[in-house]
Design a protein around this ligand. Structure first.
Ligand SMILES: [Zn+2]
Length: 93
């Protein structure tokens, strides 16, 4: 299980409309089983979007921007709540 706050990092990267996952994808590793590829990630995000209604009341959502996003919980898909998940450091080339 892992909890962390990544609020406003996308803004710091100069792209306030992009989610953190778009700017710098976070990688995880389950310490318990070694899983690197399958996780249930719970996030809370603040979004701004243009809601465009037709005269008849049909809604089309456009320009959906993520303003802030917080990772609430990361669970290993194989261990579920029993696994211990950590973030993997990004490798700069
Ligand atoms: Zn695991």
């Amino acid at each position: 299980m892992l909890r962390g706050e990544h609020r406003a990092l996308a803004r710091q990267a100069g792209c306030p409309w992009l989610s953190l996952a778009t700017v710098l994808p976070i990688r995880y590793r389950c310490i318990s089983c070694g899983n690197l590829t399958r996780f249930d990630v719970t996030t809370t995000s603040t979004r701004r979007a243009f809601h465009h209604y037709s005269v008849g009341g049909e809604l089309v959502v456009e320009e959906d921007h993520v303003i802030a996003e917080t990772v609430d919980e990361v669970l290993c898909r194989w261990c579920a709540a029993g696994g211990t998940v950590e973030e993997v450091e990004h490798q700069t080339s």
